[in-house]
Design a protein around this ligand. Structure first.
Ligand SMILES: [Zn+2]
Length: 120
C-alpha cells in the first residue's frame, strides 16, 4: 500500500485511507507525535479499511490489535499505548473499551491469563 505524507488533514485525523486505491494519507502534524507502536497500530487500522472494504472503526481497531499481537507485541504493551494515546472523547472511549475487552478475551483464552478476568 502506498503512503503519502501530508502536512495536515482536515478534521485532525492522524491518517486516512482511500478504500478504492489503498493509498494511505498521513497527517504528519498529528502522526509524528505518536509513539512507534501506535503508529504501527494506525497503519494496520487503515490497512483493514482497505482489505475488508469497510468503514467499521471497531472492526479495524480489532484487526490492528491482532496484527500487533501476531508480530509479538505483548497485550499489556499494546493496551498501555492505546490507553495513553486514544483521546477520551465519547467516540474514542467506546473504541477503547471495545479494544480492552477484546484484549482481555484474547489474554484469557490464548495466554490463559486469569488476571484478564478482573474487571477493568
Ligand atoms: Zn478508521
Amino acid at each position: 500500500m502506498k503512503i503519502i505524507e501530508l502536512p495536515y488533514i482536515e478534521g485532525g485525523t492522524p491518517a486516512r485511507v482511500n478504500r478504492k486505491t489503498g493509498t494511505i494519507y498521513l497527517n504528519k502534524t498529528v502522526f509524528d507525535k505518536f509513539p512507534p507502536l501506535y503508529k504501527k497500530f494506525i497503519l494496520a487500522h487503515e490497512e483493514c479499511h482497505y482489505i475488508f472494504q469497510t468503514k467499521d472503526e471497531e472492526m479495524c481497531d480489532s484487526y490492528a490489535m491482532y496484527k500487533l499481537l501476531k508480530e509479538g507485541h505483548k497485550p499489556k504493551e499494546i493496551i498501555d499505548v492505546l490507553i495513553k494515546t486514544l483521546s477520551n472523547s465519547r467516540l474514542h472511549y467506546a473504541r477503547k473499551l471495545n479494544l480492552l475487552n477484546n484484549m482481555r478475551i484474547y489474554d484469557y483464552v490464548v495466554n490463559k491469563n486469569k488476571n484478564a478476568l478482573k474487571p477493568i
